[in-house]
Design a protein around this ligand. Structure first.
Ligand SMILES: Nc1ncnc2c1ncn2[C@@H]1O[C@H](COP(=O)(O)OP(=O)(O)OP(=O)(O)O)[C@@H](O)[C@H]1O
Ligand SMILES: [Mg+2]
Length: 228
C-alpha cells in the first residue's frame, strides 16, 4: 500500500485572545493509504475538525508535521500551499458553501478556474453522472434542495481530481434517507475514482462502513479499528 498522507506528532493549540489556551490536538500520529476510506469519530470538541483542517492545510499546526507523499506540507510558501490545497485536496463541509450568484456548474469548476485550469471533461462527466446531477448544473443553489446542493458541493470537491477528499460531517444537514444516499454516492464515487476519503462523522452506522475508524478523545487517538 502507498501512504499518501501522514502526520507526525501533530499538535494544535489555540490561543483565543485572553481566554485560556486550548490544546485541541496533542500529538497525532496517523498514516493514510491511497484509495482507502477512513472515518474519524469522537465526542464534540475532541479535535476532529481541527485535524481535518490541518490535513487539508486550511490551518497551520503549532507542532509536528503533515507529510503528503513524503513531503512536509507546511514547508511550502503560502502561495505554494494554496496551490497544493486546490490540486490535491477536495473539501466537503457540513454547510455546502456554494456561491449563490453562480450556477451549480460554475461552483463546481471554481477551484479549477482559480488555478487557470480546465476540467478533464471525461472525468467530470463521470463524476456528475455518478452523483446524478447532470441535469442540475445550470441551476443556481437557491433552486436546489439541500441534498442536491450537497451533491454539487461534492462534485466541486472532486472536480480538480484531488488525491484526497476531506469531508466534515457532510450530511449533517440532511434527512436520514438523503444523508444515506448522499454518503453512498460519495463513497462509491471516490472508490471508482481511486481517491482517499477521510470523513468526520457522528453517525456510528456511517463510520462502520469505513475501512478504518479512527477515534479521538481530548485531542489524542484512542482507538483505530480496521475492517479489512
Ligand atoms: N478557532 C478556535 N479558537 C479557539 N478554540 C478553538 C478553535 N477551534 C476549535 N477550538 C477548540 O478546540 C477543540 C477542538 O475543536 P474541534 O472543532 O476540532 O472539535 P470537533 O471534534 O470537530 O467537534 P464537533 O464534533 O462539535 O464539530 C474544542 O475545545 C474547541 O472549543
Ligand atoms: Mg467539528
Amino acid at each position: 500500500m502507498e501512504t499518501i498522507l501522514q502526520t507526525i506528532d501533530l499538535r494544535k493549540t489555540y490561543f483565543p485572545g485572553t481566554a485560556q489556551a486550548v490544546e485541541a490536538l496533542r500529538g497525532i500520529n496517523l498514516s493514510f493509504e491511497k484509495g482507502r476510506y477512513y472515518a474519524i469519530v469522537g465526542k464534540s470538541g475532541c479535535g476532529k475538525s481541527t485535524l481535518l483542517h490541518l490535513l487539508g492545510a486550511l490551518d497551520r499546526p503549532t507542532g509536528g508535521q503533515v507529510l503528503c507523499a513524503g513531503e512536509d506540507v507546511f514547508s511550502r510558501s503560502r502561495r505554494e500551499l494554496a496551490r497544493f490545497r486546490r490540486k490535491q485536496i477536495g473539501f466537503v463541509f457540513q454547510s455546502y458553501n456554494l456561491l449563490q450568484e453562480h450556477t451549480a456548474l460554475e461552483n463546481i469548476l471554481m477551484p479549477l478556474h482559480l488555478d487557470g485550469r480546465e476540467a478533464d471533461e471525461e472525468y467530470l462527466h463521470q463524476a456528475l453522472e455518478l452523483l446524478d446531477i447532470e441535469g442540475l448544473v445550470k441551476k443556481f443553489p437557491s433552486q436546489l434542495s439541500g441534498g442536491e446542493q450537497q451533491r454539487v458541493a461534492i462534485a466541486r470537491a472532486l472536480a480538480a481530481k484531488p488525491a484526497i477528499v476531506l469531508a466534515d460531517e457532510p450530511t449533517g444537514n440532511l434527512d436520514p434517507n438523503t444523508s444515506q444516499q448522499t454518503l453512498a454516492l460519495l463513497k462509491d464515487t471516490v472508490a471508482r475514482l481511486g481517491q482517499t476519503l477521510i470523513l468526520v462523522t457522528h453517525d456510528m452506522d456511517v463510520a462502520a462502513q469505513a475501512q478504518e475508524q479512527i477515534r479521538i478523545h481530548q485531542g489524542e487517538i484512542v482507538e483505530i479499528t480496521r475492517r479489512d
